[in-house]
Every structure is written in C-alpha cells, then in structure tokens.
Design a protein around this ligand. Structure first.
Ligand code: UZR
Ligand code: MG
Length: 247
C-alpha cells in the first residue's frame, strides 16, 4: 500500500563506516590440546602472510610465576588449570595491541617456573595478531576480542607421544614424571576446560600442521579480510556512490 514508504537513506548518516579510520588489527585465536600442533599451525599462517605485519602472542607468556611454596611442591601444581594464567594481563595485552599500542609481553621461564623480572618482549602494533594457547577460548572476555577462532584437533595418542618427546628432549624431564603429570593434570584439564571450549571455534583443523588444505583456506580468508579494507582505503568513494544511487 501507499502508506509503506521506506525511509530514504541519508548519505551523510553516521551509519556509513569511516573507511579512513585507522584499521583495527585482525585478531586470530588458536587453541587446542597440548602438543596438538598449535605453534606449527601459527608458524605456517605467519609464513604465508609474510606481506603483512603479523605478531604471535603465546598464552604461555602469561603463566603466573610460582611462589616459593608452590615451587617446592611443583609436582602438585596444576599448570593446565585456567587459574595458572594471569588472564587479566593477557586481556590488557590483547586490548592494547588491538587498539594499535605496543605491549611489553612477560617472559616465562619453563625450567624455573618463574617470570623473568628484568626482561620483556616488546610486541608492536600489527595488521594481524595471533593469540595461541591451550586455554585462549576459556575466558569470554578474551574470546570476544578475536575475529577468528581456530581449534587444532589432533588425536590424544599423537599429542601424548609428542608431549613425551618434547618434555624429555627439550625440557630435560624423565618419562615417568611426564606420564604422571599427564594423567594427574593434563588429561583431566583437557577434558574439563580445553575440549568444552572447542564449541567456540569458527574453524576446527584436524591433524594440525599436517593439514595444508585447511591452512591454505584460512590464509585465503585472512587475505580477503585484510584486502577488503585496503580496497576501501584506495577507493573511499565506492560506498558513497552506491548510496547516492538509492536516493
Ligand atoms: P602447549 N607447562 C609446563 O610443563 N611447565 C610450566 O612451567 C608451565 C607449563 C605445560 C603445561 C601445559 N603443563 O600442559 C603446557 N603442564 O605447558 C601447555 N604440566 O603448552 O600448549 O605448548 O602444550
Ligand atoms: Mg606450542
């Protein structure tokens, strides 16, 4: 009927995006169980996005240092529980980087289970920020800062085999203590906290770093997202011309 006249769009309306505004970095979260291939997936994404500024922030950097009492009983400490991380600081870090500010990321010593008090890693503003860790999808506030969430899904036996190799070869641990810790803390925390957070993923990658097709698709998507913004900056009038037509 004649009474249903659609409201005419106003080209100067604030509903139009400001293409000249500084662009926000694209934030990717990469989660998955221990030794699932998270770091490998991140490295492959970084390699393929070499024409963009990209930084990797690892949740491990935000482990709380252990108190002397906790250090004395380190075998009873649960490094796989969400409380082992300083999530408030991680939140600060991602917010700062997202708003284009640099951040001094703490350095965690896996052997002493302590933070290095006198050194930091300076992370600068970038086009893409990758946030990697077993529990990066656990906290809703951290999760909501991500534009894309990837879960690396690798079989538990493959992960345990890799974990044993990594902890014995790289961290000087003996097989028995690795298996004990796995049964006591790593596996239960995976079941209680990591696996339930898989539902927040946009993309689930089976077989981790071996899955080249999945990584290619992800990289294509990021290229498209970053490219779209660049195009709008080159042709800022494109959107305005369109809305003029509608009037
Ligand atoms: P990824 N971790 C240590 O072994 N020692 C520490 O001081 C701090 C953490 C382990 C942690 C977790 N658990 O399973 C793993 N334990 O690092 C997470 N036990 O790292 O995502 O790379 O597997
Ligand atoms: Mg890793």
């Amino acid at each position: 009927t004649s009474s249903s006249v659609p409201p005419s769009p106003n080209p100067s309306s604030s509903a139009l995006p400001d293409f000249n505004a500084p662009k926000q970095p694209f934030v990717i979260g990469v989660s998955g169980g221990t030794a699932s291939g998270k770091t490998t997936v991140c490295d492959m994404i970084i390699q393929q996005l070499h024409d963009h500024r990209i930084v990797l922030v690892n949740q491990d950097s935000f482990y709380r240092g252990l108190t002397p009492e906790e250090s004395d009983r380190v075998h009873e400490y649960n490094f796989d529980h969400p409380d082992a991380f300083d999530t408030e600081q991680l939140l600060h870090c991602v917010k700062a980087l997202k708003s284009g500010q640099p951040y001094q990321v703490p350095i965690y010593d896996f052997k002493k289970h302590r933070r290095c008090l006198d050194s930091f890693r300076q992370v600068n503003a970038s086009d893409v920020i990758i946030l990697e860790g077993i529990l990066v999808f656990h906290d809703q506030r951290v999760r909501s800062l991500m534009d894309m969430r990837i879960f690396v899904d690798t079989d538990a036996d493959v992960r345990l085999a890799r974990r044993i190799r990594r902890d014995t070869v790289e961290r000087g641990r003996d097989v028995n203590s690795v298996l004990e810790q796995y049964a006591k803390f790593v596996k239960p925390a995976f079941d209680d906290f990591v696996l339930p957070s898989k539902k927040y993923a946009d993309v689930i990658i089976p077989r981790g770093g071996d899955n080249h097709v999945a990584i290619d698709l992800i990289v294509q998507h990021i290229h498209t997202k970053l490219g779209q913004h660049d195009l709008c900056k080159i042709y800022p009038n494109v959107y305005v011309i369109q809305s003029t037509f509608q009037i």
